[in-house]
Design a protein around this ligand. Structure first.
Ligand code: XMP
Length: 505
């Protein structure tokens, strides 16, 4: 594997992504990770990431003693390169001004750039520069402003680049990273088949020959894919429990059943609609609604699983971004326990099975394809645990859920029909409590307003409203008021996040 030591750059995760896209397994560890910790990963190469510090700052983060002496190639990126140069006796100084943005390499060569031709645009973001080369190194790339833009020492196999090869603004950066992988001689077999084999082997090793595994299914891509994987690994010693809380979208439960059962998943569907709706009756405060749903979810899950016998293991679809120990937080203290479905209590008596702990979402989607998960689930937008309850504003009733399900179905089917679905990160419909006057067939109407919302985002922390074509919105509005008689007005939400959130509650 390639170990990336993180010194706090916002781009560190991208380095891992690039290596994995190139077929090489790589992991992120905190920059100060111990030598033993790094050795556990069997590194065939090490990357020292960028970061906000200066190498001459007091307390500047540095790799643990012995890391630089490991007999594997090392690539320093930005701060990482400055660190390599500084450690080897070179000089690093604050430049007159910060260099930020695209820069053309005026010349480049050497092992890292092998096979790369033509103009090389590099993304820069640094205040310090290497001003004097350490012994044994040579300069292999320059820009107008930065005479030392890349360095290498082929003897010790130490390499450094001042720019960020991992970002898209460095279009040929991928080739450079591929060259580094070649230098490391790392296996390039990190692909979906390989991942599936490894994961199945890992699950079998953990669960043994007789262990039973329990899994909560949400209908989303992570838990569905996990169900397929576990079914392959342990057959019907897996029990997947899908709780229908009555807050699902039109036909969703049937879709999930149809996708998983034929592929061998022992799926138990629990009809808990009455319990959930009963508890939600008369409650209109959003936080209160969420709390009730969380509590009822745990109740339903425990009640049902008690009937299913003893389970030693509980599987969860925790992904790599939830567990990365990076310099961004306080190392291990920053690890949070992500609950895939609804949020189970912290004191669960099970041993956790989390095969996706090392994977990114798009890797899960790739293995989902391999395992045969239908595309409509595989590429599905995220859907919140509390479901439609947080999209029926105010009190949730069966009647309102029924209205919203039909509106949502028209909107989401419309997005798919017009080829717009995959271009949005998430799309949803909201039933507002607003009633207003309209006219239909010479008749006065007094009905609800539905709101449509679609966003684009990378991380769901911030989002932009999707610029859907007017013609599409017009078609949706027509279909909704014509087919859903309880709605006489449709609005489109044009607020970003912040200041709004994606969901309305
Ligand atoms: P907001 O509304 O906070 O949502 O901008 C960000 C993302 O999180 C989803 N979301 C949830 N997902 N349980 C979930 O599993 C929840 O309680 C929950 N609340 C919001 C939301 O759909 C969006 O993708």
């Amino acid at each position: 594997s390639i170990v990336i030591l993180d010194f706090g750059s916002q781009f560190t995760r991208l380095i891992t992504r690039r290596f994995r896209e190139l077929g090489a397994y790589s992991v992120i560890l905190p920059g100060t990770a111990s030598l033993e910790r790094i050795r556990q990963e069997n590194p065939q190469g090490i990357v020292l990431s960028g970061g906000p510090s200066s190498v001459y700052d007091e307390g500047a983060p540095r790799p643990a003693p012995g890391v630089l002496d490991l007999n594997v190639p090392i690539l320093g990126v930005c701060y990482g390169m400055q660190y390599l140069a500084h450690e080897a006796g070179g000089d690093v100084k604050r430049a007159g001004k910060r260099e930020y943005g695209k820069a053309d390499l005026t010349e480049y060569g050497g092992r890292l750039f092998e096979g790369i031709q033509g103009e090389f645009v590099a993304w820069m973001s640094h205040s310090d520069s290497v001003t004097q080369l350490p012994q044994g190194y040579q300069v292999v790339a320059r820009t107008e402003d930065t005479p030392v833009t890349a360095i290498e020492n082929n003897e010790t196999r130490r390499y450094g680049v001042q720019f960020h090869p991992e970002v898209v603004h460095t279009p040929k950066g991928g080739q450079l990273l591929a060259n580094f992988l070649d230098i490391c001689g790392v296996n390039r077999d990190w692909n979906a088949e390989h991942i599936v084999d490894e994961l199945i082997g890992g699950v079998r090793a953990q669960v043994g020959d007789s262990g039973r595994v329990l899994l909560g299914i949400s209908g989303g891509v992570d838990s569905s894919t996990l169900a397929l994987l576990l079914a392959r690994a342990v057959g019907d010693r897996l029990t997947a429990v899908f709780i229908d809380h009555g807050l699902l979208r039109l036909g969703e439960r049937e879709q999930v059943e149809a996708a998983l059962r034929p592929l061998g998943v022992n799926l138990v569907t629990v009809d808990a609609r009455d319990e959930f709706l009963g508890q939600l009756a008369g409650v209109s405060d959003p936080e209160q609604k969420r709390k009730i749903i969380g509590r009822e979810f745990i109740r339903a899950f425990e009640r049902e699983t008690a009937k299913l016998g003893e389970f030693e293991f509980l599987a969860q679809g925790t992904l790599y971004p939830d567990v990365i120990e990076s310099a961004g937080g306080e190392g291990a203290a920053n690890i949070k326990s992500h609950h895939n479905v609804g949020g189970l209590p912290d004191d669960v008596k099970f041993k956790l099975v989390e095969p996706f702990r090392t994977l990114f979402k798009d890797e899960v989607r790739e293995i989902a394809r391999l395992l045969g998960l239908p595309d409509h689930i595989r590429m599905r937008h995220p859907f919140p645990g509390p479901g439609l309850a947080i999209r029926v504003l105010g009190e949730v009733t069966e009647e309102k859920l029924d209205i919203l399900k039909r509106v949502d179905d028209i909107f989401i089917s419309g997005l798919r029909e017009f080829g717009l679905y995959d271009g949005c990160s998430q799309a949803l419909a909201v039933l507002t409590p607003i009633q207003s006057v309209g006219v239909m067939g010479d008749e006065r109407t007094y009905s609800y307003t539905a709101a449509l919302r679609a966003v684009t985002t990378d991380d769901f922390m911030t989002a932009e409203w999707a610029r859907l074509p007017y013609e599409f919105l017009a078609t949706m509005s027509n279909r909704i008021v014509n087919q859903v008689h309880e709605i006489n007005r449709v609005v489109y939400d044009i607020t970003g996040k912040p200041p709004a959130t994606i969901e309305w509650e």
